[in-house]
Design a protein around this ligand. Structure first.
Ligand code: HEM
Length: 484
């Protein structure tokens, strides 16, 4: 076969593939509306390789620069419209949310469980959301402060004198807090350990290639998920035998008049653990990095926290919820970390009908991605956006420009809990310890959320607390090892 002939065959094959995909996903623009500008890349693979061959944030920022705030692309087999303006994000997530449904790959749905609230819309979603929220509102969290504080104190204590990978350690921390919120601190130790062991196997396989063949990470994760489900059934059955009413998340889901099935309850428990863990852990990791890189800010923060520490008799009295509400600078540091890191760079929805936005057509079946990070890093809304500057939050951001927890019906119900974890961690960290980042400080890795390279190894030591500006070193640093 000569080269010309095989080239022609390849061309015809690609053209046929494109045609079939256009039939499946595409629609001819109706009326005056036209598709947004942008490029769709190669048939089927689209611009996926382009996206994964570089920092995804650079990919999206370059596209926005070239095409504006609404542009099209083709990723992971799906045609997509990207939206990089606050108005467009609000259009999709709030005002016209009924025209866009949540969409996740099948493999993720299978791993978490199809009944988890974030896969749903309408009545089932609202009912579940109300139940989940009821255990995450400030009134429910207030009583958890001493328990979260105890977890933080013991975690930091175990780091003392060691080098620890921050992200790994923070994952364990946010998992333990998740277990506390779900089971109210009354879970037997054997269950805790088994849940942790199996959850981390699921976590490892979650982002692996979805081939369910023995030996693969995906297969191991599916098996571990089965064990998790079985364990949750046992825990629920034990609770039913006791016949009491608990106020933790499991209690809310079990005792509600909603009559949820065990599958529905389990999927939502696993879902909350997933939603809560890597997100919170990534932001906590960035907080340590930003504070480390901004010594003057760290001094000011120490001063704020030492004031509270002294009031509490240098730790002899417990930290309270009310005190966390007085941490003004700390709050700004948390908000600025959420903006700078923008660990959830974007979210996905799917158009359920042909939708017109500002003269552009978003065809039915296309994915729609509000780009949170692009909005958070737009100098029009956040001056000098690459600078870590908590003082920018002295004035509230313009409406719909600050979306670390999303917006609308699917906005994060765990935002108060996540911030509470950050307040408590920062309080204990800066009043008792000093830390240094070990090794490379500028590179980023994605797993899938962005975190500093190698999960930010830090060496941490107990400091003298006689002066808020003290940085005296105590203890010796051992070899780098995973977080205890
Ligand atoms: C810093 C930490 C966190 C960040 C940045 C974060 C961010 C988000 C975002 C952006 C969404 C909306 C996604 C979308 O619209 O597609 C979301 C949803 C959600 N988050 Fe969080 N989250 C965090 C922590 C938590 C915690 C601690 C919990 C629970 C304890 C939690 C539970 C959930 C749940 C259940 C949803 C789905 C809500 C729904 O579909 O109605 N998140 N989160």
């Amino acid at each position: 076969m000569d080269t010309g002939y095989s080239l022609m065959c390849t061309f015809l094959l690609l053209a046929l593939l494109s045609y079939l995909l256009m039939r499946k996903h595409g629609r001819k623009p109706q009326g005056k509306a036209k598709l947004p500008p942008g490029s769709m890349g190669w048939p089927y693979i689209g611009e996926t390789l382009h996206l994964y061959s570089q920092d995804p944030n650079v990919f999206f920022a370059a596209k926005q620069k070239r095409y504006g705030e609404v542009f099209k692309t083709h990723l992971l087999g799906c045609p997509c419209v990207m939206l990089a303006s606050p108005e467009a994000a609000r259009f999709v997530l709030v005002t016209q949310a009924h025209l866009f449904k949540p969409t996740y790959p099948r493999s993720k749905e299978r791993m978490i469980g199809p009944w988890a609230l974030f896969f749903h819309e309408g009545d089932y979603h609202m009912r579940l959301r109300r139940l989940v929220r009821s255990s995450l509102v400030p009134d429910a969290l207030r009583g958890l402060v001493p328990d979260i504080d105890a977890i933080v104190i013991s975690m930091l204590d175990s780091w003392d004198g060691h080098v620890v990978r921050t992200f790994e350690a923070m994952k364990k921390f946010s998992f333990d807090v998740g277990i506390l919120v779900i089971f109210g601190g009354r879970l037997e130790e054997r269950y805790k350990q088994e849940l942790r062991r199996n959850y981390f196997i699921v976590d490892k396989g979650y982002n692996s290639f979805p081939t369910n063949i023995p030996g693969t990470l995906f297969h191991k994760a599916i098996q571990a998920r089965r064990r998790l489900r079985k364990m949750l059934s046992e825990i629920m059955n034990e609770r039913r035998k006791k016949a009491g009413v608990e106020k933790d998340l499991l209690g809310c889901l079990m005792d509600s008049s909603e009559h949820l099935s065990d599958d529905q309850i389990s999927d939502n428990i696993i879902g909350v653990l997933f939603a809560a863990q890597d997100t919170t852990a990534s932001v906590l990791t960035w907080i340590l990095k930003y504070l480390h890189d901004n010594p003057e800010l760290l001094e000011a923060l120490k001063e704020e926290q030492m004031g509270i520490h002294e009031t509490n008799g240098y730790g002899s009295q417990p930290l309270t919820w009310t005190q966390t509400r007085t941490m003004v600078l700390t709050h700004r540091v948390i908000l600025e970390s959420l903006r700078m890191a923008s660990i959830i760079s974007f979210t996905f929805r799917e158009a359920v009908a042909d939708v017109e936005y500002k003269g552009y057509l978003i065809p039915k079946g296309w994915k729609v991605m509000p780009l949170f990070r692009n909005i958070h890093h737009n100098p029009e809304f956040f001056q000098d956006p690459q600078k870590f500057d908590p003082s920018r939050f002295k004035t509230p951001p313009r409406p719909s420009t600050f979306l670390p927890f999303g917006n609308g019906v699917h906005a994060c119900p765990g935002n108060e809990l996540a911030k509470l974890e950050m307040f408590i961690l920062i309080h204990r960290l800066v009043t008792k310890y000093r830390w240094e980042v070990v090794g490379s400080q500028s590179e980023i890795e994605y797993g899938p959320f962005p975190v500093p390279k190698h999960g930010l190894p830090v060496k941490l030591w107990r400091a003298s607390i006689t002066s808020s500006s003290s940085s005296s070193v105590g203890g010796t640093v051992e070899q780098c090892r995973p977080a205890p």
